[in-house]
Design a protein around this ligand. Structure first.
Ligand code: NAG
Ligand code: NAG
Ligand code: NAG
Length: 316
């Protein structure tokens, strides 16, 4: 009797050790023959994606600190604002949709590096001679410092009218400019950004949420999102192929910046974003060789999904 009891205790101990290995408690069920899961607060909706590792499983506080090591230095412009917890809290809203949870751990790491590569390059105050190197200065800003205008486009007065006295200069992790972009983002997030664009410089979780929403959402119906082209959840049409648009990091720049950055050859604006991505891959322990060849990383020869001459509503 006693011996049996000992065996049972050992087995329970082993089972709970195995559970602990999977960090967050994953719950599994089958829906119409498909395995769906929830995985703690970070991936809390039943989803096929929540069966995979979540971001905090492979991207931890110390790595965030390494990537953005200069953000709280005295000369930075958003000291004390950005932190790991706000990133993970915002990411939790999109992990059940596949952000950082698509295609397995390596793809997740690469997607986080890619997304943060965009964020780092857009919020950097680094330059060639900066201490720590030019790529150590991501998340130095949370807003445009000396806006030259109020970014109010009156042609949107019936949909996204500018609020008197409010300026729509760049704010956030993937900075938002113009009343129509604040309006559309606020609508999607159910936050009144048209009347209160300043929320984005007051709330880092909201700033990350807006940026991840932009990453996960197509600019126009029928187009892929940056997330989709990156994780390979997109099949180029014949037209895309003729325009040199291929799945990968380059296409994410095409979606987010269009012809401000793409289709212009090897310009600095483009190579700076790529360099941040590669730098983060190294710091995350993935290694830049996992990024693939320059053809996929670049959008130098790609035609824009949304040419600025015809869209008038470029996102950045
Ligand atoms: C989960 O990860 C596995 C690899 O570990 C991958 O094959 C699978 O596609 C991922 N699930 C989803 C929904 O992306
Ligand atoms: C900051 O934004 C998050 C995400 O939208 C929201 O849940 C939270 O309540 C906000 N915090 C404050 C203090 O407004
Ligand atoms: C194909 O691309 C051209 C130019 O890039 C564009 O004008 C046209 O609308 C596209 N056609 C489709 C079906 O997307």
């Amino acid at each position: 009797m006693a011996a049996k009891w000992v065996v049972a205790v050992v087995m329970v101990a082993m089972a709970s050790a195995a559970m602990a290995d999977m960090s967050e408690e994953t719950k599994v069920k089958m829906v119409k023959g498909k395995k769906v899961c929830t995985r703690g607060w970070e991936c809390s909706q039943w989803s096929i994606y929540c069966c995979n590792e979540t971001i905090s499983d492979y991207f931890q506080t110390y790595q965030f600190e390494n990537l953005f090591s200069k953000r709280n230095s005295p000369v930075a412009h958003a000291v004390g604002f950005w932190d790991y917890q706000s990133f993970i809290t915002a990411a939790a809203l999109y992990q059940p949709l596949g952000f950082g949870t698509s295609g397995g751990k390596l793809m997740g790491q690469k997607e986080v590096a890619a997304f943060l590569g965009h964020v780092g390059s857009k919020t950097s105050c680094g330059h060639g001679v900066a201490t720590g190197g030019p790529f150590a200065w991501g998340l130095c800003y949370k807003k445009e410092m000396s806006p030259s205008q109020s970014y109010c486009d009156d042609s949107f007065k019936y949909t996204y009218p500018c609020t008197p006295g409010v300026d729509y200069y760049g704010r956030g992790a993937l900075p938002i400019y113009w009343n129509y972009n604040y309006g559309a983002t606020g609508e999607a997030l159910k936050v009144d950004l048209l009347n209160h664009p300043e929320y984005l410089e007051q709330n880092a979780t909201l700033a990350f949420q807006a940026a991840i929403w932009r990453w996960m959402t197509p600019i126009k119906k029928g187009q892929p999102s940056a997330h989709q082209v990156f994780v390979g959840d997109w099949k180029p049409t014949k037209n895309d192929t003729l325009s040199n648009r291929v799945p990968g990091f380059g296409a994410t720049m095409n979606i987010l910046y269009g012809d401000f950055v793409c289709g212009k050859g090897e310009v600095d604006e483009m190579n700076n974003v790529i360099s941040h991505y590669l730098y983060y891959l190294d710091l995350m322990g993935v290694g830049r060789e996992q990024a693939g060849p320059h053809e996929v990383l670049s959008c130098a020869e790609q035609k824009a999904f949304n040419p600025s001459s015809t869209s008038g509503t470029a996102s950045s």
